[in-house]
Design a protein around this ligand. Structure first.
Ligand SMILES: Cc1ncc(C[n+]2csc(CCOP(=O)(O)OP(=O)(O)O)c2C)c(N)n1
Length: 553
């Protein structure tokens, strides 16, 4: 059939299963928006307050479902407003297709109104990007974008489309969804060798990350952990993969991980790293990390092997498929002595003190986890509240804790919560934010109200840029340069102005009452929690340090 470029975009989105897109209109994408009007029964377009919000929403949609998120923006400032969202998705390996309009092909390169070279700008933060100059190539380029976003290690792909390409016509033939090639399994001998190492280890530990979530490998990972009785720890991206109540789950590793976890890595004789990349938040000191251990690295991306920490052996491919192939070769074990040592360390773990008079951050998060239940999705912004959320959120399912791990993007949370709620209308979505982060994205309240999304936003308000201030306390002798903005924002009034409700609470009892009410009302709401500005995220290992440098006060 003969279609315009704009209609072809709509057809390919449908063909690839993308029935929801997030975006914001403008001159260069007018033809696309006109087509979206025509296709409004088949494609739901969610208009956010800001293109950055749209990009985080598409990302939250993808993280919470495993499907590819799609975001659409106009040329120039619309396109550059996507940059933070694209970089966020890139750092956390989230499949995303970003569509940008551009000025007409005859205007490209002339500093035309709202022209930017977005393909150049996003080159280092996309897996790949395209500029489509000929409508006859549009359908295949879009299909390629979906294929690349989901192949191997997932990530964002950008397709820039000049305005005249969206108006031009060509023949279109529908195809099915792109086929994602499955990576080959490593050689059987290599898998056997790794299994033998695991069988022989006296003090093994599994350290896993977001790759397990991308691969959907949570069940086979749990089987491995339980068959061989191997204690496991995770990065922030691996939160929820194994429930906190599992005695073999030692919790989070790294800068704000528990003492036991970091100690166990330090004393282990074998680290089995699965779907993770030894980032500087985990392997804070790359030469001292697990220095008594042999390291087996299992990952889909060969470029991660020995990038930060030298691996003694590696298995490249889909982590779920590799673990499934390895499982029959794993001998049941007890590791009694090793587990006893770990249990003893657990008695030395940092435990924050509860209070009934003032709100303590761990109590806020534990209350959310308890009242919202296991099925709730938690989305966070970035800062201390993010770490408290990770430490105490008690998720038991993958894809239920959405956070910007790699880029650490303040302003990620509200958009991500919107994307998650659109994708999962029957699940509770709670957005945990800080007062600093929330000032970066509270404009998305209008989106939440427009689409009637009952997202509960919990603002952990310490009145300061807490995480940066914590570093100033610990490493700069309390010289608080520009971390106390002295803002006088009345969140409840602002909420009201946007058309949702807001309350402010100061004690655990008040918070529990407000949160319970919010769950019952099932409407969008902001709950502001006033906490002390000197609350710290503990424990903490300073950058470049080891478990021996851990701070607990
Ligand atoms: C976009 C962006 N700008 C700056 C930073 C640096 N940064 C990291 S944490 C933080 C403070 C966050 O403050 P807030 O959201 O109030 O959370 P809190 O740490 O107080 O819980 C800042 C400024 C960042 N991560 N992202």
């Amino acid at each position: 059939m003969l279609l315009t470029g704009a209609e072809i975009i709509a057809e390919v989105l449908i063909e690839q299963g993308a029935t929801t897109i997030f975006g914001y209109p403008g001159g260069a994408v007018l033809n696309i928006y006109d087509a979206l009007y025509e296709y409004r029964d088949k494609i739901r377009h969610i208009m956010t307050a800001h293109e950055e919000g749209a990009s985080h929403a598409a990302d939250g949609y993808a993280r919470s479902t495993g499907k590819t998120g799609v975001v659409l923006a106009t040329s120039g400032p619309g396109a550059t407003n996507l940059v933070t969202g694209i970089a966020t998705a890139y750092m956390d390996s989230v499949p995303l297709v970003a569509l940008t309009g551009n000025v007409g092909t005859s205007l490209i390169g002339r500093d035309s109104f709202q022209e930017v070279y977005i393909a150049g700008i996003t080159m280092p933060i996309t897996k790949h990007n395209f500029v489509v100059r000929d409508v006859t190539q549009l359908a295949d380029v879009l299909r390629d974008a979906f294929r690349i976003a989901q192949t191997g290690r997932c990530g964002p792909v950008l397709v820039d489309i000049p305005k005249d390409v969206t108006a031009a016509k060509t023949e279109f033939e529908p195809l099915g969804p792109v086929v994602i090639p499955q990576p080959a399994l490593p050689a059987a001998d290599d898998i056997r060798r790794a299994a033998n190492d695991i069988n022989q280890a006296a003090r093994p530990i599994i350290y896993f990350g977001g790759g397990v979530v991308s691969s959907g490998a949570e069940v086979v990972l749990a089987d491995l952990i339980h068959t061989a009785n191997i204690p496991a720890c995770h990065t922030i991206m691996g939160t929820g993969v194994i429930g906190d109540s599992d005695p073999l789950n030692l919790g989070m590793v790294g800068m704000h991980g528990c003492f036991t976890t970091n100690k166990a890595i330090d004393e282990s004789d074998l680290v089995i790293a699965i779907g993770t990349r030894f980032s500087d938040r985990v392997a804070l000191n790359t030469t001292a990390f697990a220095k008594h251990a042999k390291i087996i690295h299992i990952d889909i991306d060969p470029s991660e092997i020995s990038k930060n920490v030298i691996a003694h052996a590696s298995l490249i491919g889909d982590v779920g498929a590799i673990l499934a192939a390895m499982l029959p070769m794993i001998a049941p074990a007890e590791h009694t002595e090793w587990r006893e040592r770990i249990t003893k360390w657990q008695t030395e773990d940092y435990v924050p003190e509860d209070s009934s008079e003032v709100l303590r951050p761990h109590q806020i998060v534990s209350t959310i986890a308890r009242l919202a239940g296991e099925d709730a999705i938690i989305a966070t912004d970035v800062g201390q509240h993010q770490m408290w959320a990770a430490q105490y959120c008690e998720r038991t399912q993958p894809r239920s804790f959405l956070t910007s791990g790699g880029l650490g993007t303040m302003g990620f949370g509200y958009g991500a919560a919107i994307g998650a709620k659109i994708a999962n209308p029957d699940r509770r979505v709670v957005h945990i934010t800080g007062d600093g982060s929330f000032h970066m994205n509270l404009n998305e309240a209008c989106t939440v109200v427009s689409y009637d999304l009952p997202i509960i936003t919990v603002i952990v308000n310490n009145t300061v840029l807490g995480m940066v201030r914590q570093w100033q306390t610990v490493f700069y002798g309390g010289r608080y340069s520009s971390t106390s903005p002295e803002r006088k924002t009345d969140f409840a009034k602002v909420a009201e102005g946007f058309g949702l409700s807001g309350v402010c609470v100061r004690t655990p009892a008040e918070f529990e009452k407000a949160f319970t009410q919010a769950l019952a009302d099932n409407k969008p709401i902001w709950i502001e929690c006033l906490i002390d500005k000197d609350e710290k995220v503990l424990p903490m290992i300073p950058a470049g340090g080891t478990v021996r440098d851990m701070i607990t006060k």
